[in-house]
Design a protein around this ligand. Structure first.
Ligand SMILES: NC(=O)c1ccc[n+]([C@@H]2O[C@H](COP(=O)([O-])OP(=O)(O)OC[C@H]3O[C@@H](n4cnc5c(N)ncnc54)[C@H](OP(=O)(O)O)[C@@H]3O)[C@@H](O)[C@H]2O)c1
Length: 245
């Protein structure tokens, strides 16, 4: 088991890409801690999705709204009582599509506070422990939209582009301690987040990919597992989009 005796913290581990990553890391021997806002959903994932994947001490979940720094600090305090974090996958995120001129201030703030600040709070909170132990890998989930932009997603893409600059800088701050910080930029992945895209639009997107399909959450999970174990890769953006961009 390549990830035996490790702990992986996954924000947004209750659904989609985060959940697929939680399962894959657990199958590779890591103990999993998931964070999400919905307590019932956390319980469901722990009982039904992760419990069948054995871990000597069991997988754990905490309710945490990553957009609130105090929630993140409290959650990380609880996590630190369990074991040090070896791997962080920051996947919690939201989409609120709208043309800029029509987008509400509330939605703009939610996008920045969740996608960008949520990742920053959690990176900051776990970095201290990783620095002390001189080990760790951080994987932040951005988007191809943060690289090339998209109509109706100016604030979403701003949050995702900022994550790339943030992660590249952090990789330089933490590299001397043996900690890697990388970014995954997924293309269109079949999750709750993309479920409301109309079928016609989906066909258009698929036609632009080289591989002729939407991604599966597992496609992104595999990239995360690769980056978690890659010892000499840091400050990079791995695009996982089936050839879209
Ligand atoms: N799907 C795609 O095509 C795609 C493409 C590029 C990038 N991404 C990025 O990939 C990441 C995962 O997306 P997904 O497709 O897996 O979405 P998803 O299925 O909607 O899952 C989102 C996850 O984030 C959690 N979450 C949202 N806001 C949160 C908050 N404030 N605090 C804590 N947890 C929060 C959700 O849990 P609760 O709702 O229970 O809190 C859920 O577990 C996101 O950052 C997204 O921007 C997705």
């Amino acid at each position: 088991m390549p990830l035996a005796n490790t702990l992986t913290l996954i924000s947004g581990g209750t659904r989609g890409i985060g959940l697929a990553t939680a399962k894959l890391f657990a199958l590779n021997g890591s103990r999993i801690v998931i964070l999400g806002r919905d307590q019932d959903r956390i319980k469901h994932v722990l009982d039904k999705e992760l419990a069948p994947i054995a871990s000597p001490s069991g997988h754990v979940g905490f309710q945490c709204d990553v957009s609130k720094s105090e929630d993140v600090e409290q959650a990380i305090k609880e996590v630190s009582k369990i074991a040090p974090v070896d791997y962080l996958v920051s996947s919690a995120g939201i989409a609120r599509d709208s043309l800029l001129i029509a987008q509400s201030t509330h939605d703009m703030e939610s996008l920045i506070n969740t996608n960008l600040m949520g990742t920053i709070w959690i990176n900051k909170a776990i970095a201290k422990g990783m620095i002390r132990r001189k080990r760790g890998a951080i994987i932040n989930i951005s988007s191809v939209v943060g690289i090339q932009g998209n109509i109706g997603q100016s604030i979403y893409s701003a949050s995702k582009a900022a994550l790339i600059g943030f992660s590249k800088s952090l990789s330089k701050e933490l590299g001397s301690r043996g900690i890697t910080v990388n970014v995954i930029a997924p293309g269109y992945i079949d999750t709750d987040m993309t479920s409301s895209i109309p079928e016609e639009k989906k066909k258009e997107i698929i036609a632009k990919t080289s591989l002729g399909r939407f991604g599966h959450p597992e496609d992104v999970a595999e990239a995360a597992l690769f980056l978690a174990q890659a010892k000499f890769i840091t400050g990079q953006v791995l695009v996982v989009d089936g050839g879209l961009i």
